[in-house]
Design a protein around this ligand. Structure first.
Ligand code: SF4
Ligand code: FES
Length: 358
């Protein structure tokens, strides 16, 4: 049997070049145990990963972290990914992104920059980032747009910055962003520790809705706004990753290949590494990627639910984190027998301070 039978090639790769990062965001979704610098793939290994990824069909490469600018070989990796014909996106805090560096990366084929912001103004944003970062991000946005690169601004929304939503939208406009992602915090990795402190209130979420709607209308054609819902408050789960092992994969800094950035949390799942197996074999034939592909793994109520082709049973990592079973229906779903867990979390008192990363 051809191992590729019925499985589509991936479109995108999230290459987590390093877990090193100058920020300390409490909503960080990277694992609690970070990969140490000494365990990171070296330049030759990353170049090989890029070649294998392109041969596998990958067209979009997201260079991420941690902070990818912390890797001195970033220019070389951008060159290779671009030479291979990939669309190359840099996912960055902006710290260390000078005019010279961005011009060099653009010359080498960088196609897009995604810049994080933590709030609408320095006092709040720097408190959430745990560093004096806000003004440097504004400077980074300037050099990105001056280099002619399209800019996406990404703001992770949480209880500490939800009230600044109009200001964050205005900031993204001033920065010249073509796209703004307003993403309510998802509770993975470090963020899960801080769930009680990060969770927005119902009032905050209700207030956000008309603000986002009005801004989307006003900015149509100038800046696209993507609003990621606070899924605990929804009736149905998010279509996480558009299905396990269906479109994209993540390579962790040490070469482990994961179906999503958070999947290392599912400790019942064997994880393969590019240091041990070819990428194509991992994508098509590994237990990791086949565990929750398609629908055969689903139990009730997903198995007979008409929405299974819409949300794929929700998020495997969330199911595991909340129930201990990665094959369970995502407890966010109102049809899940475990929905009560999520409701209890939403009722939990939340007057706690978050713990900074690092
Ligand atoms: Fe989605 Fe499963 Fe809930 Fe149906 S039962 S809506 S497939 S999570
Ligand atoms: Fe891993 Fe949703 S975050 S499947």
């Amino acid at each position: 049997m051809d191992v590729t039978d019925g499985v589509a090639a991936p479109l995108g790769m999230l290459a987590e070049l390093t877990h090193r990062c100058p920020l300390h965001c409490p909503y960080c979704s990277n694992p609690v145990e970070l990969v140490a610098r000494a365990a990171e793939l070296d330049t030759a290994e990353w170049l090989d990963v890029l070649e294998q990824a392109r041969a596998l069909g990958v067209l979009q490469v997201h260079l991420s972290g941690g902070e990818p600018l912390a890797r001195r070989d970033l220019p070389e990796l951008v060159t290779r990914a671009s030479e291979l014909g990939c669309y190359v996106n840099l996912v960055t805090s902006g710290l260390g992104l000078t005019a010279e560096r961005v011009a060099d990366l653009a010359d080498r084929g960088l196609a897009h920059v995604q810049l994080s912001v933590q709030g609408a103004e320095a006092a709040r944003a720097d408190r959430i980032a745990g560093a004096r970062a806000h003004e440097r991000k504004i400077a980074a946005a300037e050099v990105v747009t001056a280099a002619g690169l399209p800019l996406t601004v990404n703001a992770v929304l949480n209880r500490a910055n939800h009230d600044q939503l109009p200001g964050i939208i205005a900031l993204a406009e001033r920065m010249g962003a073509e796209r703004l992602e307003l993403a309510n915090t998802q509770y993975y990795g470090w963020a899960l520790r801080n769930r009680a402190a990060l969770q927005p209130t119902r009032e905050q979420l209700a207030a956000a809705e008309p603000v986002v709607r009005a801004a989307t209308e006003r900015l149509r054609g100038r800046m696209e706004i993507v609003y990621v819902l606070a899924d605990y408050h929804e009736e149905f789960p998010k279509p996480c990753m558009y299905g396990w092992g269906s479109r994209q994969f993540t390579v962790a800094p040490d070469g482990r290949v994961l179906p999503c950035p958070a999947a290392s949390v599912i400790d019942t799942l064997p994880v393969a590494s590019v240091r041990e197996r070819p990428l194509a074999e991992i994508w098509y034939a590994s237990e990791t990627f086949n565990a929750y592909r398609g629908e055969d793994w689903m139990a009730e109520p997903c198995r007979s639910c008409a929405r299974r082709t819409v949300d794929f049973g929700g998020c495997r990592c969330q199911a595991f984190l909340l129930t201990g079973d990665a094959a369970a229906t995502d407890p966010v779903c109102s049809r899940s027998p475990n929905r009560g867990m999520v409701d209890a979390l939403l009722r939990a008192p939340a007057d706690v301070e978050f713990v900074m990363r690092g």
